[in-house]
Design a protein around this ligand. Sequence first.
Ligand code: AMP
Ligand code: ZN
Length: 220
Amino acid sequence: MPNEARYLILLGPPMSGKGTQAARLTQLLGIPQVASGDLFRENIKDETNLGLEAKTYIDRGDLVPDEITIGMVKERLHREDCRGGALLDGFPRTIPQAEALDEILADLGSFLAAVISIAVPEDILVARASGRRICRTCGHSFHLVFDPPGEPDVCDYDGGELYQREDDKPETVRQRLEVYQGQTSPLIEFYRVRSILREINGDQPIDDVAMDITAVINEL
Ligand code: AMP
Ligand code: ZN
């Protein structure tokens, strides 16, 4: 029930491995992954009004305005499958989004259990971006070097075609990192002072990061 629900945030810069870790944890914890970037990409694929509006910001590497983003995530969190909690990936990315999240969870009769912050040095983030490939069908994220698909350009789960995200190209990655530094990294302090921040070293093999995150969650 809502009071025992577990709402967690995975916080980190683009390419820190949040999405990969979230996808693994969601099975372990039995709560859904709520990834704002995935929700936007689904809307873009379906050519919804929200998708069309969001696309111009996403293609530039900028943040989609808070009003649009908050509305989309709020609607998602109010769905039945999030009653037991959710693993937030890519949201919040601004202080106003973090404040809105508090309200959304309060409405659901719950609160944030923890914020897991994944730290990775910036030069490594840029290097990682060039190898990321996404499935057109299910959105699963692979990496040519660190998490390669069994067959080149084919999704292991559904045979879907793998593509490189437009916003993973070097120019846009740099813009996304700047946006992270300016608008999202202040959230680390925001949550640290509330004593719900847990910091993880993201510059390790995927399995080791997963172990560290699991250890942190088991302590909650
Ligand atoms: P991601 O898949 O998390 O890297 O998100 C891809 C892009 O979607 C970001 O670069 C932003 O343009 C947009 N986006 C995702 N989440 C948010 C958010 N919480 N606030 C604003 N824009 C977002
Ligand atoms: Zn797939």
